[in-house]
Write a protein that binds this ligand. Structure first.
Ligand code: HEM
Length: 213
């Protein structure tokens, strides 16, 4: 099997199945399959599982580029779109759980909540930015948008920041978990800043080495 076949027949299906495991656990819990239970507050369990999975997948998506550079694993880029799409999928499920199971589709109450509770406002902002990224993730949109596609997809950074902030803001006492997410995000963003600074200074050095016209 060459590398393209390995990605198509092994790695992509494996990532697809692994990314569906949290959903499979929730479905099994909701129907009491295999003795799996969602505990005393199933709605809260679904909300939390989808929220955390969305955030984890966002951070994994952001980690692809550094892994490609550091490990010379260029082919990992082939998995990035699927990871990002699953992040958007779980974020959407998280919102649907909140709107439907928690708020009974009472849109007035949802709007009031978005306006009143800052962590909900932040979550909503993150979701609203994530949707256009998911929609424009296809090759067709990539072609249509050209250079603007890359610019639009830089939104993944503010989305991840808002996602971590949204998590942090709602935690009442023990901040260890959101702190861990914030530390991973800071490392990923720090890495990007260093790479960018290096490329800017390399370009500047290249220019100053150019002979005068
Ligand atoms: C990219 C978008 C979003 C991400 C990554 C995200 C992530 C998270 C995370 C990680 C949690 C904490 C889970 C836990 O404690 O185990 C959470 C909780 C929550 N999120 Fe989001 N969220 C997003 C968007 C939204 C939106 C749009 C809403 C509603 C409009 C929302 C409403 C909530 C609520 C109500 C909770 C539970 C708070 C509690 O337990 O008191 N989130 N979210």
């Amino acid at each position: 099997m060459n590398i393209t076949q390995r990605y198509r027949w092994l790695y992509k299906p494996a990532v697809f199945i692994i990314a569906l495991l949290p959903l499979a656990r929730l479905v099994a819990g909701a129907f009491g399959i295999a003795g799996i239970s969602l505990g005393a507050d199933p709605v809260n369990e679904i909300l939390h599982e989808c929220g955390k999975t969305a955030l984890q997948l966002l951070l994994i998506t952001l980690a692809v580029r550094p892994l490609v550079r550091l490990g010379r694993l260029h082919n990992l880029l082939r998995l990035r779109r699927m990871l990002g799409l699953f992040a958007a999928f779980y974020a959407l499920l998280h919102f649907v759980t909140y709107a439907w199971l928690d708020q009974n589709l009472d849109f007035q109450a949802i709007l009031a909540d978005i306006l009143k509770r800052p962590y909900i406002t932040i979550g909503m902002a993150a979701l609203l930015m994530l949707v256009p990224l998911a929609v424009t993730s296809t090759n067709g949109w990539m072609r249509r948008l050209g250079r603007r596609w890359q610019k639009l997809h830089y939104l993944i950074y503010p989305i991840a920041i808002l996602g971590v902030w949204h998590f942090w803001w709602q935690v009442k006492a023990d901040i260890r978990e959101p702190l861990a997410y914030a530390a991973i995000l800071a490392a990923l963003l720090g890495y990007r800043v260093v790479v960018k600074a290096r490329s800017v200074s390399a370009t500047a050095r290249g220019r100053s080495a150019d002979p005068a016209p």
